[in-house]
Design a protein around this ligand. Structure first.
Ligand code: CP
Ligand code: NVA
Length: 326
């Protein structure tokens, strides 16, 4: 049996137990997880022992490629066991209460990873379960994505504090988690949306206060020209899962917010392009931008796995002694 990597026994505890929005992550948490993610990415010996004997359930109400695969493959790489439990034909809480789902799951698994429509369901799971709950995307937040995005931006652009990040498009789940984490980490964040599609007031207030504390900045505007001077331009689907009935209207409203060659030229010659994927080519982004050398979208996708593995390792193994493994 390979030795357990020594650094696994010095993993620092995080300041939170449940990853629900991205707003619970402190600068120290992010620094610790990013260092662990980088070491997993380099592939240190002993990785396969990190989650040995641990099980994680993935309860998904919505479809997924990246989140499902990156958790399933990632947990296996750390020697653990991930079980996918698809709930795409019913909602959590329908067959039995959310309370009872949570109290069953905690008896079998060490962590619950859940993708839901209602964010309240994730909050209830976290309230009732005695194991960590990780939001794998709800209608309101996508914290795993934000962690991977900022780790990826750091890989490409260097230290994050003071970097200029422009998010353009719908002020949706991806946008909300991104702005909460990015402002905590000291970035200068501009959200550019058509009027009426801004992130909710509560998220804007949290982001403004995080920026004030970190030395970053947070601005919301409807002017696409505000991408000028950004280190990275980020966009996401104009119509998120669950909002398909609004797709036609959204295509009209969001047209001036497409990330195309002209918008990237306005942003700057070295501006990176980011997207959580799946992309809707020809809508929020053109082929020439997403396929350009400035696009780091597949690095973001790869890093989902390394960062989620780091999150799980810190949540489940921090404070563990070598003797605990025997
Ligand atoms: N970015 C992301 O969460 O992708 P999936 O919907 O494929 O999981
Ligand atoms: N905002 C998108 C993200 C998909 C990963 C959605 O919720 O459908």
């Amino acid at each position: 049996m390979p030795a357990i990597a020594p650094d696994i026994h010095s993993l620092s505890p995080l300041s939170f137990r449940d990853a629900l929005t991205g707003g619970e992550v402190t600068r120290e948490d992010a620094r610790a997880m990013f260092a662990t993610a980088a070491s997993f990415k380099r592939g240190p010996a002993g990785c396969r022992e990190v989650l040995r004997g641990r099980s994680v359930v993935l309860v998904f109400e919505k479809p997924s490629l990246r989140t499902r695969l990156s958790f399933e493959v990632g947990v296996a790489k750390l020697g653990g066991h991930a079980v996918y439990y698809g709930m795409t034909t019913e909602r959590i809480g329908e067959r039995e209460s959310v309370h009872d789902y949570a109290r069953n799951l905690e008896r079998w698994v060490d962590a619950i990873v859940a993708r839901t429509y209602s964010h309240e369901v994730i909050e209830q799971m976290a309230q009732f379960a005695r194991v960590p709950v990780i939001n794998a995307l709800s209608d309101e937040f996508h914290p795993c994505q934000a962690l991977a995005d900022l780790f990826t931006l750091q890989e490409h652009a260097g230290p994050l504090a003071g970097r200029r990040l422009a998010y353009i498009g719908d002020g949706n789940n991806v946008c909300c988690s991104l702005v909460l984490l990015a402002t905590t980490l000291g970035l200068r964040v501009t959200v550019i949306t058509p009027e009426g599609f801004e992130p909710p007031e509560e998220v804007r207030a949290l982001a403004s206060s995080a920026a004030a504390n970190s030395g970053g900045a947070f601005t919301v505007t409807s002017d696409p020209g505000a991408v000028r001077g950004s280190d990275a331009v980020y966009t996401d689907a104009w119509t998120s899962m669950g909002f398909e009935h609004e797709a036609q209207r959204r295509r009209r409203v969001f047209e001036p917010y497409q990330v195309n060659a002209q918008l990237m030229a306005t942003a700057g010659p070295d501006t990176l392009f980011m997207h959580c994927l799946p992309a809707h080519r020809g809508e929020e982004v053109t082929d020439e931008v997403i396929d350009s050398p400035r696009s780091i979208v597949f690095d973001q996708a790869e890093n989902r796995m390394h960062v989620q593995n780091a999150l799980l390792a810190h949540l489940l193994c921090a404070g563990e002694k070598p003797a605990d493994r025997r």
